[in-house]
Design a protein around this ligand. Structure first.
Ligand code: NAD
Length: 298
């Protein structure tokens, strides 16, 4: 049994911490929200009064926080000064590459092994213990991080050194954002051309247009596997979250002097959907904008 301090018990962290407890580990859970802590205790975690209290006893620290500023503050002020010597530190939040590298540098200077380990798989993956972890850390430290992440994972992949996990996650999500917009356009056009959506799904799934956004996460209700489209575009991966990741991609691209015109277009289009008040809806809801049916979104 490992003692794990878990910081950030929101949509993602709650399921992840529960899976660590289910695997028999002692989980010391902390969040700013009392309701989130209550949920974690109901799922088998123990409550810690503060982050310093949790990390002082833990063999591993896992954080799942909103963005870079929270991760910087929590590690600099509360984790690094109080964590037990030898503890493994893992940040699973999706944050900017510079923040991930800075925190890794501070952790290393304080004598800790640190990994940026953002995830893919969404809330369903977090609850099912079936996330893909994309890990940035020293090669030699990877097996130790892989072992801690195991109970929450479908797969754990080493992307490279510090910050590489965030870099790979940002590139993946830019690709996903672009492919979903293309999928929405194709299905909206197919509808206007009088094609049956189910037939077109079958054709695109077996032809060169095939991609995850078509086959696994189709934006049209009643077509293909069950997706947020079948539930009024509720749940899933929020448009606002996709927008955050696309902004991170554009910032990274500007720094690296990389040309990402499709990513920039995707950012603008999701910003439009967000600005129309649908940031909480799944990112596949973009098809409703193309179909002129945004009023159907509750
Ligand atoms: P969330 O807002 O539901 O949860 C974040 C939690 O962190 C909240 O419970 C909040 O109270 C807590 N928190 C904030 N500041 C804190 C602090 N200083 N100390 C302790 N707790 C603090 O967000 P989420 O959906 O769980 O996402 C978390 C991270 O995972 C984000 O970086 C997001 O981009 C990433 N992510 C989310 C999804 C998804 O589908 N939701 C998928 C992949 C990755």
């Amino acid at each position: 049994m490992t003692k794990i301090a878990f910081i950030g018990l929101g949509n993602m962290g709650s399921g992840m911490a529960a899976n660590q407890a289910k695997a028999g580990h002692e989980v010391l859970a902390f969040d700013l929200s009392a309701a989130a802590i209550e949920r974690a205790v109901a799922a088998g975690c123990r409550t810690a009064g503060s982050i310093p209290e949790a990390v002082a006893q833990a063999d591993a620290v896992i954080s799942m926080l909103p963005a870079g500023p929270q991760v910087r503050q929590v590690y600099a002020e509360l984790v690094l000064p109080h964590a037990r010597r030898g503890a493994l530190l893992i940040d699973c939040s999706t944050i900017d590459i510079d923040s991930a590298k800075d925190v890794a540098g501070q952790a290393e200077a304080a004598g800790f092994r640190f990994a940026d380990a953002p995830v893919s798989g969404g809330i369903m993956g977090a609850q099912a213990g079936a996330l893909a972890f994309i890990v940035g850390c020293r090669e030699a430290d990877f097996p130790a991080f892989e072992a801690v992440l195991g109970p929450m994972a479908r797969v754990v992949i080493h992307a490279g050194g510090a910050g590489a996990g965030q870099a790979a996650k940002i590139c993946n999500n830019m690709l996903l954002g672009v492919s979903m917009l293309g999928t929405c356009e194709a299905f909206a056009l197919a509808e206007k051309l009088g094609l049956d959506a189910g037939r077109f799904f079958e054709i695109a799934s077996k032809s060169s247009g095939q991609c995850w956004s078509v086959t696994t996460y189709c934006p049209v209700p009643g077509v293909g596997p069950d997706t947020p489209a079948d539930h009024g575009y509720a749940g899933g991966f929020a448009t606002a979250m996709m927008l955050k990741d696309l902004k991170l991609a554009q910032e990274a691209a500007a720094r690296a002097k990389a040309s990402t015109p499709m990513g920039a277009q995707a950012e603008a289009l999701y910003a439009m959907l967000d600005g129309l008040g649908h940031g909480g809806k799944d990112f596949s809801a973009f098809i409703q904008l193309l179909r002129g049916r945004l009023d159907e979104l509750a």
